[in-house]
Design a binder for this molecule. Sequence first.
Ligand SMILES: Cc1ncc(COP(=O)(O)O)c(C=O)c1O
Length: 363
Amino acid sequence: MLKRLRPTSWINNIPAYVPGTSKDTIMKRFGISDPIKLASNENPLGPSPEAIKAIESSKRITHLYPDPDALDLRKAAAAFFGCTPEHIIAGNGSDEIIDFACRAFIEPGDEVIIPETTFSYYRIASLACGAKAVMTDMKDHAIDIDDIEAHLSEKTKAVFIANPNNPTGTCLDSKQILLLADRIPEHVLLVIDEAYAAFVRSQAFKSAVNLVHVHDNIVTIHTLSKSHGLAGLRVGFGIAGSSIMESLYRIKPPFNVNLLALKAGQAALYDLDFLKQTLETTWNGLDYLYAEATRLGLQFVPSQTNFVLINIGTGAEKVYEELLKRGIITRYMASYGLDDYIRVSIGLPSENQAFIKHLEEIL
Ligand SMILES: Cc1ncc(COP(=O)(O)O)c(C=O)c1O
């Protein structure tokens, strides 16, 4: 009998990642010339101008391989995140760091604890390594650290949390993070994803970067996709103590961050003016959406990120579809078990206003 090529026995259990609908799709589907995309938590200001300059000045050397160590980028990241370059690994987006963490530590049969309503790639990357995903309950849209502790077992190998969390926008305060870090046994990897940390306004939040020197089993994850406007270039980081770092570096492809991403990422990290503008735009936009949602009688989940979950009620899917037809792309949240909600990324003031205008007309 002919033997057929088979993928791993667990690969068919992996749910597909569902990205935000692209502008291109909506342009083609509805013939709309300039849709507004508020679906993927991208930076509405575009890339940092310093990053654009860096791309311009290095585009003629793209026939050369990039620095495999990403040293200048890591130095800039170390200055930004408050650690040393030896404790940083750079990735082709933070997705790649999530992948490294799973591939370096997870074996088939291991259990990985993941909160029920969070970034879907944790599950995909864990299942790809043959793990069993153990989902934990949310409490008022926030990650419930007691439920995480309750699900720890002999088989647990990793715990993922996003702080602040996507798609709920909530964050755990520094006391809860310390508690969680203390409750996770040392042989279990604790991944703390801070993709949205730059946007946090809560005084009770603190980055977990300093914890990597206290707990050998913690890796924090960071990205330039949101706060620094480089989603299309793909620049992310992992920060951890020496033993985790050593394992992650063993599986890193040699030239995983491309040359333009290295240069632009480095420039963007030093461009603090752009970051300031980004935060102002985001926070003003959030306050505007809160006020308008309240005026329209809609509930929302107060957010520490650059997006907000809005409770539209039973007709949420229809409202989402109707917004799409009008060229406003948001995210319908049924795939996260939030059938009544849409998630809206903060845009430019004119984009936020257009969203509210159309939403009001549709409701
Ligand atoms: C919580 C979280 N982590 C990581 C990522 C991945 O970001 P990137 O791969 O663009 O760095 C995202 C993207 O939406 C996210 O929401």
